[in-house]
Design a binder for this molecule. Structure first.
Ligand code: UP5
Ligand code: MG
Length: 219
């Protein structure tokens, strides 16, 4: 993808920081396509015939980072699917719009993507930006571990997620501190991180997010 055709924002933050919650709201308000790397991996894990099912299950339970070939392929496919669906929708004639030209290729489609929970490791960041598309900037949801732990244990009562238990949560935090925070630091050095306080109610986090998006993307 070229940066002219797509806008990609990485959405990062520790386990339970609220990435998914905020992305959902941004989708409704700004028409982003939300791609959660974790959700894509869980879907692939459950796909009948997947050769990666067992591997993904094992990595997620242990809070480890799945080899990036798998995750990047899933993200790239999902981006392509979203662009294809948008093109098909745009090409469909509607009763109210009279097309003055048959040539739909004139207007290039713009994709807007929130990539949630990726990249989690330095080499993934480099590879994705090289092979798929550079990110415009990074939204980083900053939340203390005690608060994230409280949220995940609470969610674990009903989520059915195999990593929402005390032991897996401990492992996820460890991977986050040791492996994923360095990615945020790397982007911070390039002045590409928008840091948002995430230990306040979801409405407040969202308001802060909106204010930053207006500054950086307009409207
Ligand atoms: N909640 C949310 N915001 C709140 C707020 N402001 N105040 C109070 N409560 C709030 O929220 C978590 C919980 O907190 C919810 O109950 C919510 O209502 C509440 P959520 O929005 O789901 O937070 P999120 O940051 O999305 O938490 P998630 O658990 O999804 O984060 P993880 O980063 O741990 O999970 P992810 O799905 O991204 O990854 C899971 C695993 O997949 C990884 O550990 C790894 O093994 C694997 N993975 C890879 O290997 N590679 C990848 O690239 C991505 C994932
Ligand atoms: Mg999530």
């Amino acid at each position: 993808f070229s940066a002219d055709d797509v806008t990609v924002l990485f959405v990062l933050g520790g386990p339970g920081a609220g990435k998914g919650t905020q992305c959902e709201r941004l989708v409704a308000a700004y028409g982003f396509t939300h791609l959660s790397a974790g959700d894509l991996l869980r879907a692939e894990q459950n796909r009948v015939g997947s050769q990666y099912g067992e591997l993904i299950k094992d990595y997620i339970k242990n809070g480890l980072i799945v080899p990036m070939e798998v995750t990047i392929a899933l993200l790239e496919n999902a981006m392509r699917d979203a662009m294809t669906a948008a093109a098909a929708a745009a090409a469909k004639p509607t009763s109210t719009s009279k097309s003055t030209t048959d040539d739909d290729d004139d207007a290039p489609l713009k994709g807007k993507f929130l990539i949630d929970g990726f990249p989690r490791k330095f080499d993934q960041a480099v590879k994705f930006e090289e092979a798929v598309c550079p990110a415009k900037f990074v939204l980083f949801y900053d939340c203390p571990e005690e608060e994230m732990e409280r949220r995940l244990l609470e969610r674990g009562k009903t989520s059915g997620r195999e990593d929402d238990n005390a032991e897996s949560i401990r492992k996820r935090f460890r991977t986050f501190v040791e492996t994923s925070m360095p990615v945020v630091d790397y982007y911070e050095k390039q002045d590409r991180v928008v840091r948002i306080r995430a230990d306040v109610p979801p409405d407040d986090v969202y308001r802060a997010t909106q204010a930053e998006l207006v500054k950086r993307l307009g409207d």
